[in-house]
Design a protein. Sequence first.
Length: 141
Amino acid sequence: MLGPRRRISRMRIVVALAVSAALALPALGAKKNDLGEMMGKMEAAYTEVIKAIMVSPMQDEDDISFGQAGLWSEDISKLAGELAKLSEFEKDESARAFLRRLANDAREIQGLAKLEQWEGMTAALIRLQSTCMACHKENRF
Ligand code: HEC
């Protein structure tokens, strides 16, 4: 069982993540292409990981959905691999480095989920998120 203090700090992090997720949202009417579509999937998977390890445990703190966190983070690392093959990134070594970093961040969450280890999960999630944002920033998006 986790104490009330732990609960508050988790809640703070969820709020921080929700705020930065909102900041990462595209302008309305952004044009759709393969990249945009895959990024939509990326965001969906990312949201599921957050729900699995942050939101559901707050409703019932013994209910961290490690299985879901593992599945959706596996999705993120697969998507990162597919994105690296798109023509947009084929010759963009910097973007490809971000995608490799993203796949590693996702695999780290997957590993923790497999061990059902909550410790380190939040930090890994924040690293993953900062990789999304760093790449968006570099691409002026
Ligand atoms: C390789 C760099 C890179 C990484 C890493 C990256 N993105 Fe993106 N993302 C982009 C680019 C470039 C666009 C603009 C796509 C376009 O032109 O439609 C974008 C667009 C988006 C969009 C808007 C899609 C739309 O509707 O057009 C979302 C949402 C998004 N990314 C979420 C994420 C999330 C969540 C992560 C991390 C789990 C992530 N991205 C990681 C480069 C990246």
